[in-house]
Design a protein around this ligand. Structure first.
Ligand code: HEM
Length: 445
């Protein structure tokens, strides 16, 4: 192991210039650094520690299997605290993170997902029925409506009624705030501290009624369930969270449950909607891939659908990086990085590695039929003990909704040119929101 700590080279631009480029042209910025410095380089942003980007499989393995007490994700994610709340699994580290994660994991187990299929397909079909014929519209907001509905029903377990309608409205307002385009720029330029309480006032105002409604729902659920667990006929995620007990027999308390519900909403809504928009954006520009998908689905085959989902998340990852803050020196890529550094496994660059993915810019779902997705080469959901809790849920939802769209519509791209990747808050979306024209609806098979 090297005796002294050091950081890998990186761009020599002033911090403000690096920050602006990272916010405004992030993909060009990452590609340029990879061309100059290879698969490990240091980026220096305003108001944050040096960030070491890595994208080679060996480094990704080292980070994702490293000691979580040294590689702290919760600390690196603190910028999300005002939205998610201090008890969010995304913001915790150490024992508390593991406890919370263990309590939540069973609700997201792959085998349970089948139960949500009906909710997902219904949400997609209801939405498709509202699309206009023969005029351009952006798919992204339509996909957001679907994923919000899925979370309200499959995760929060809300059914028809006033509380569902009120919460839907309030959450739209909250999500609009969190996705505000200029917000990331202001937080990055001013720093979270100087961005300050005053700027957070609208967020707090949007959160207050949401918290009140969630508290109401939790109280109602506990009343229905009696003293010991939840009503037996429900199998939404919240029911399982209410029933979950840790090794000492302790449940999640109301503040924890509330923060986790907001976390699941924020982590699962925009990400999945954007992935759906990208999948259609890519498929509509690759008619042979869409044709093969249609054919295989008609024959009851799902392998190609799964490959389309994987290839979409490879070529258009929704989040470009994940982050870990070092609490002690850590050996990576032949160096000893100093404590305090932020390590950023770079999803975007890892997915464009030509040694792993020949012809990396081509949209070719077949590659995932020829070769399975690798743990340290296909990382749209991050990795290790912090890997996305909703990864199975999201992939299941992507398959269910895409199946419904392919079966129920004949769409074309509003403009033949591919859509550019642009940043919206923290996700990377198609710049026109995946604009399409619906030529006609297809009768259900
Ligand atoms: C395509 C959709 C999605 C993408 C691309 C995505 C991606 C990610 C990524 C990159 C992380 C960080 C992993 C790391 O630090 O190594 C993460 C964490 C997380 N995601 Fe997702 N996600 C998606 C959908 C969802 C859904 C649907 C849910 C829940 C309903 C969800 C819940 C979470 C939670 C709770 C965490 C925190 C895990 C922890 O810190 O232990 N995500 N996700």
């Amino acid at each position: 192991m090297p005796a002294t700590t050091s950081l890998p080279p990186g761009p020599r631009l002033p911090r403000a210039a690096q920050t602006l480029r990272w916010i405004i042209r992030p993909t060009a910025f990452m590609e340029e650094q990879a061309r100059r410095f290879g698969d490990c380089f240091t980026v220096r942003l305003l108001d944050s520690p040096p960030m070491v980007f890595v994208s080679d499989p060996a480094s990704l393995r080292a980070v994702f299997t490293g000691d979580p007490d040294v590689l702290r994700a919760g600390e690196a994610n603190q910028i999300l605290e005002p939205v998610l709340g201090a008890n969010s699994v995304l913001l915790l580290d150490g024992e508390r993170h593991l406890r919370q994660r263990r309590l939540m994991l069973p609700a997201f187990h792959g085998e349970r997902m089948q139960r949500y299929d009906a909710v997902m397909v219904a949400a997609a079909e209801e939405e498709i029925a509202r699309w206009p014929l023969e005029q351009p519209f952006a798919l992204l907001p339509r996909m957001q409506a679907v994923t919000l509905e899925v979370i309200l029903r499959a995760v929060f377990g809300l059914r028809e009624g006033e509380r569902l309608d009120r919460l839907r409205l309030l959450l739209r307002e909250l999500l609009e705030w969190t996705a505000g385009r200029d917000r990331m720029l202001r937080i990055a330029l001013l720093g979270p501290t100087r961005f300050g309480e005053r700027s957070l006032a609208p967020l707090r105002a949007a959160l207050r009624p949401v918290h009140a409604l969630l508290d109401e729902e939790l109280a109602a659920r506990r009343r229905q369930a009696g003293a010991n667990g939840a009503a037996p006929e429900r199998d939404d995620v919240l029911t399982l969270l209410l029933e979950a007990r840790d090794e000492d027999g302790e449940p999640l308390d109301d503040a924890e449950l509330r923060d986790e519900l907001i976390t699941l909403l924020v982590a699962g809504h925009e990400t999945t909607a954007t992935a759906l928009a990208w999948a259609m954006e890519r498929l509509l520009r690759h008619p042979p891939a869409l044709g093969r998908l249609r054919e295989e689905l008609a024959g009851g085959e799902e392998a190609y659908l799964d490959a389309v989902v994987k290839e979409t998340l490879r070529l258009r990852p929704i989040l470009p990086i994940v982050a870990r803050r070092l609490t002690a020196p850590f050996e990576l890529h032949g160096r000893l990085l100093p404590a305090g550094t932020e390590v950023a496994p770079c999803i975007y660059l890892a997915h464009r590695n030509p040694e792993v993915y020949p012809d990396p810019l081509a949209f070719r779902p077949e590659r995932f039929l020829e070769q399975p997705a690798g743990t340290y080469t296909w990382i749209p959901f991050g990795g290790g003990v912090r890997r996305c809790l909703g990864a199975s849920f999201a992939q299941f939802e992507l398959r269910s909704v895409l199946r419904a769209i392919v079966a129920g519509t004949e769409l074309r791209a509003a403009d033949a040119a591919a859509e550019r990747v642009v940043r919206r808050a923290i996700t990377y979306m198609p710049h026109r929101g995946a604009e399409v024209v619906l030529d006609r609806r297809r009768a259900p098979a």
